[in-house]
Each structure stands twice: as C-alpha cells, then as structure tokens.
Write a protein that binds this ligand. Structure first.
Ligand SMILES: C[S@@+](CC[C@H](N)C(=O)[O-])C[C@H]1O[C@@H](n2cnc3c(N)ncnc32)[C@H](O)[C@@H]1O
Length: 303
C-alpha cells in the first residue's frame, strides 16, 4: 500500500531516503518509538526491527501503528531504547511532544529529534534556546546543525511559481539522553474539526463550521493566488479563512460546509461524483481525481 500525497494539515514534510536511512542507523537497539516519523518506521520495519509508529494519519505502511493524536492523548507507559520524532515545527508543539515522548518512553531512552534551523523564522534561535534550557532540566542534549534533509511536498511546490524551484529544506538533529521524567505538558489546540477524504493519493479536507452564507457556495480566499494558497506557514495572514484544503494546496471558503460534506460523503459511499459536480461546478478546475477510484477513505481530524 502506498501512502497518500502529503497534506498541509498534517505538516507532512517527509525525510529524503538518505536521511531516513541515517536516522534508522542511529537506532542501534530495540525497541523504538517512532512519533510522527512514518518514513523512519518503514526503514526499521524493512530491517525487521521492533518499532511502534504513533501518527494521527490513518493510512500508514508501518506494521505496528497507533493511530492517535499526540496533542490530545494520554502518554502511555513503555520502555523503549529510542524515540525518533519530528513534530510540526512550532515551539508549543515541541514542549508537548517532548514531554509526551519522555513520559511514554521510560528513563533509559535516547530521543532522536529533528528541529527547525535558525534561519526558519525571525524568532527561531530564541525559541530553540528557550526549549533547550527546559530540556537541560531533564536530559543531556547534543545538537548537529542542518544535517537532516527533506523532500519538498507537492503542496509546497505549488506555493511557488512553477518556474522557480522550491528551496531545499533541512533540519537540525538533536540527541537527548533522558535523566528524569518531565511533567506532561498540555497543548492548546485550535478546536477545529476537519472531515478528511482520500481519493487515490489525493487528499481533501473540509472544515466543519456553521452554515454562514447563501450568497456563495464556494469562493476564492483573499491572499490566495487564485485557488492556490501561497504559503506553508501556520501564521500566514488569512489562513483562518481556509475551509476547503487539498494536498495540492488548493483552498477555498465554503458558504454551506454541510452541503459539501454531504457531497463528499456521497462520493465516498458510491464512487460517483455527479452530486458534487452538480452542486459545486467550480471544483471542476481542481485536481480532484475522477472515478473509478483505487482507494476512497474518510476520517475525522480534530486539531
Ligand atoms: C513533520 S511530519 C514528519 C514526517 C517525517 N519527517 C517523516 O519523514 O516520516 C509530521 C508527521 O506527524 C504526524 N502528525 C502531525 N500532527 C500529529 C499529531 N498531533 N498527532 C500524531 N501525529 C501527528 C503527521 O501525520 C506526519 O506524519
């Protein structure tokens, strides 16, 4: 089974093959807890190693997958030799995920972490210094700058003009030897509910909001470039107006989300797009695959 194309709501920047191999080679003992790192979990599975993947996306290749939301689930008590993790690159998420990992993995684990480089955003270095001071209260830390490399996902390529190649993305590697268990920290989620649909490898998400407008069924968003969202930042102006979002970074605002959810539910149930194309003809210019489908799935994401 193939994983679907990365979707921006999952912050799904995948490691290059070389980096996934390199990180797997750092896991020199079993068992490993792999948090939000499906590519590394697959490498370890290929080597018949003992690995448990934690990831909120339901479609995974990993043999042992716990389908849970790290921001919102209790830590479990385990005894792992390594934790490999690559959270979405935001400070509040790192506090939550690291405290969750240290509480779940047990006292003897080494945490192998990817983190944003200093050049990522204006406060990147200050945020890392703050995070490292906290980590030093419960672990011994070693850092290696810019040595982890990422594939550029299709949704990010679409934010740039096709003629300009997207910049490469690198992460710093951090190794943490746990000395004591930190308090499990809370994460304040945005409280959004998304209906997620997978059609072959294409993914599309509809935000579950109240019915607002009879004036439009679907419309382009201010700050978007036509239907394409020109940013990958969580802080981008106007991002909160996105109510329909695809793995190609196509975005829109929706007047009646319930109607659109009904149309996609019908599509998933029957494999027929007629109801959707009749009600939302604007979507014919999106990259939504046509039937017949090799794979159709719906899931709910709270974030
Ligand atoms: C930044 S990507 C890292 C992918 C990694 N570089 C790889 O190549 O495997 C984050 C991963 O964490 C998962 N994820 C994001 N938020 C999550 C959450 N709150 N709980 C569990 N998994 C989450 C995503 O589905 C995605 O697979």
């Amino acid at each position: 089974m193939e994983r679907p194309d990365p979707h921006p709501l999952d912050y799904d920047w995948r490691f290059t093959n070389e980096t996934a191999d390199y990180i797997a080679s750092l896991c020199n003992k079993d068992p490993t807890l792999a948090i939000g790192v499906p590519t590394v979990a697959s490498k370890l599975d290929d080597e018949n190693r003992n690995v448990t993947l934690v990831d909120w996306h339901p479609i995974q290749i990993a043999k042992h997958h716990l389908h849970i939301d790290v921001n919102n689930s209790p830590a479990f008590i385990g005894d792992f030799a390594n934790v490999v993790m690559d959270p979405p690159w935001y400070l509040d998420v790192y506090y939550r995920w690291l405290s969750w990992a240290a509480n779940s993995a047990g006292r003897h684990a080494i945490i192998i972490l990817s983190i944003w480089p200093d050049s990522t955003r204006p406060l990147a270095k200050k945020e890392k210094d703050e995070l490292y001071s906290w980590i030093n209260t419960w672990g011994d830390i070693t850092t290696h700058e810019n040595i982890l490399s990422y594939e550029i996902p299709e949704f990010e390529k679409n934010t740039y003009k096709k003629s300009i190649p997207s910049p490469s993305r690198f992460g710093d590697l951090v190794l943490i030897k746990i000395k004591s268990t930190p308090t499990l920290l809370e994460y304040k989620s945005m409280g959004d509910k998304w209906h997620r649909y997978i059609l072959n490898n294409y993914q599309i998400a509809i935000k579950d909001t109240i019915h607002k407008h009879e004036l439009y069924k679907i419309k382009k968003i201010d700050h978007a470039n036509g239907w394409i969202w020109p940013s990958v930042s969580q802080r981008a102006l106007g991002r909160e107006n996105i109510e329909l979002w695809s793995s190609e970074n196509e975005v829109a605002a929706i007047g009646n989300p319930t109607k659109l959810i009904d149309c996609f539910d019908e599509l998933i149930a029957t494999g027929n797009t007629r109801y959707l194309t009749d009600e939302f003809p604007e979507l014919s210019s999106w990259d939504i695959p046509k039937p017949p489908y090799k794979r159709m799935k719906k899931w709910i994401q709270n974030c």
